[in-house]
Design a protein around this ligand. Structure first.
Ligand code: ZN
Length: 68
């Protein structure tokens, strides 16, 4: 299992984001809707991508809502 964790990793990237109405429940900062990409790599070779949208806080980075 340790070996498996070592070989496979997942990175989350924000492709683009724009402000939306709403505020963060944690810090009260502004919210933005972000196009996210989750990339899964095996032995550092990307083999799976998934794009999705999420509402994120622009201030603390908290994920307020996600759409899959
Ligand atoms: Zn926040």
């Amino acid at each position: 299992m340790v070996c498996f964790c070592f070989l496979v990793d997942q990175t989350k990237k924000v492709k683009q984001s724009k402000p939306v109405a709403g505020s963060c429940s944690r810090c009260g900062g502004g919210a933005s809707v972000a196009d996210m990409i989750t990339q899964t790599r095996f032995c550092f070779v990307p083999f799976y991508w998934k794009s999705w949208k999420a509402i994120m806080c622009t201030f603390c980075g908290a994920m307020l809502k996600s759409y899959r």
